[in-house]
Ligand binder design. Structure first.
Ligand code: PLP
Length: 443
């Protein structure tokens, strides 16, 4: 008897390579992360929930600190006050994209001089909040904001800035996260002269101190070469700026975008190779252009947060159609829009009990009112998967909580930190009261 959904392997593969380093197997079939059984966390904090392994975050921060002269954590990947503290304690700076991210960082006591403000369309409030706080650098991304920042600074104000340039490099895991090519909204093109023009305008504003160039070529990049090309193009521009304006820039911020594996066997960016080859390329390009080597900055978001997170769900329904076994869980696109946005693929695993049936192919879907609310299509689960079971999804620490929405008014999941056998709530679950509190209409 062979059901169409049954796969060849009778035993479930149980490769934990994309899970946090602290992950352990328990005899009862459950997994522990940070020394805490995941089923216990589901029981205590409810589902869906995001679990964040503090030591995984910290050790990733340390690996970056050892490899690069300056590291800014990209807050948009995931931010809460505890995360701000960890990043601060590990000696990283912070890259923020809005007054909201900036205010949260400041509320946790992050030193403003270690903060960099980004954004292709910064609002007056973004700029004002940044200037009032005294952020270290602002990355100029459009001609319009140059005069705006200068005006808000007043005649005696001073602000360090970088200019974000587009080096014309195509890289990144999906079209929607490629930002190094000419025809997209970020940065100022080197090819068409917009970058050079913006540099001239910044240099014309005495309040703005141009420290260097910035570029961010995309996200989920697993190759080193695009970064080397970006180094060559930005150093080329630095040489032209020196020739035209007699100004020597001292900083080069290469942005983030470092890819991580989401499923066993996915390609990964080799961080050590990236650091070494970027350093070599920078030294060689600067020598050829007779420029001093600028200080290198990187801005990883995903590579620090994603592998430290695990999402927990409870199975609510199991449905078999002619072609597919659907396993519906109590979350979905409101807590993880990445599969719907970018076709991101995940590898959920049954936790909390030992499976007794053979592996089958299944599709994990969410509870939202869209057929596209698919968390993981065509994955392997035990054939006896049933309502009440728990599923855990690794590599859930970035661009999930931060992109979560109020769709269907389900309420956003809590974030729970685990470390050395202890669990603590970092962000509580969004309640019906939270959701209704902004509605000022009649009751
Ligand atoms: C999103 C972003 C990052 C971080 O990208 P990851 O892919 O998460 O590493 C860094 N810098 C800038 C300017 C960004 O927009």
């Amino acid at each position: 008897m062979t059901a169409p959904t049954r796969v060849a392997a009778p035993v479930l593969p149980d490769d934990l390579s994309v899970w946090p380093a602290s992950t352990g197997r328990r005899p009862d079939g459950d997994l522990t992360v940070g020394g805490v059984p995941l089923a216990t966390l589901a029981q205590r904090f409810g589902t869906p929930a995001y679990v964040l392994d503090e030591s995984e975050v910290r050790s990733r921060c340390r690996t970056y600190r050892a490899a690069f002269p300056e590291v800014l954590y990209a807050a948009k990947a995931f931010l809460c006050r505890a995360m701000v503290r960890w990043v601060e304690e590990e000696g990283l700076g912070l890259d923020v994209c809005s007054a909201g991210e900036l205010s949260l960082a400041l509320s946790a006591g992050f030193p403003p001089e270690r903060i960099v403000l980004h954004g292709n369309a910064k609002s007056p409030s973004d700029i004002e909040t940044a200037l009032t706080a005294g952020v270290g650098r602002i990355v100029v991304d459009s001609p319009a904001e140059i005069a705006r920042i200068a005006a808000l600074l007043g005649p005696d104000g001073r602000q360090d800035v970088l200019v974000r340039v587009v080096p014309g490099v195509a890289a990144g895991g999906h079209e929607k996260i490629r930002t190094g090519t000419d025809d997209q909204k970020f940065g100022l093109s080197i090819t068409d002269g917009s970058a050079q023009h913006a540099v001239a305008r910044v240099l014309g504003q005495p309040q703005l101190r141009l420290r260097g160039l910035h570029c961010h070529i995309g996200s989920q990049i697993t190759e080193v070469e695009p970064y080397l090309l970006a180094v060559r193009r930005t150093v080329g521009l630095m040489a032209r700026i020196r020739d035209t304006h007699r100004v020597t820039l001292t900083q080069l911020d290469l942005g983030g975008g470092h890819g991580v594996p989401y499923r066993p066997g996915d390609p990964a960016l080799d961080l050590t190779a990236l650091a070494r080859r970027v350093r070599e390329e920078l030294t060689a390009s600067c020598a050829a252009a007779r420029l001093p080597v600028p200080r290198l900055t990187v801005e990883p978001g995903r590579a620090i947060a994603a592998p430290a997170g695990v999402a927990l769900y409870r199975v609510l329904a199991v449905k078999r159609t002619a072609r597919t076994l659907f396993v519906a869980v109590d979350g979905g696109m409101s807590d993880n829009p990445r599969p719907a946005l970018y076709g991101a693929r995940y590898a959920p695993r049954l936790i909390g009990r030992r499976p007794v049936a053979e592996a089958v192919t299944a599709t994990v879907v969410g509870r939202h009112c869209e057929a596209g609310d698919v968390l993981a299509a065509d994955i392997t689960l035990p054939g006896d998967v049933r309502p009440g079971d728990l599923l855990a999804v690794p590599v859930a620490g970035a661009y999930q909580a931060s992109m979560a929405s109020a769709y269907n008014l389900v309420g956003r999941p809590p974030v729970v930190a685990v470390d050395r056998g202890r669990a603590r709530l970092l962000v509580r679950r969004e309640t019906q009261e939270d959701l209704q509190s902004r509605d000022v209409g009649p009751r």
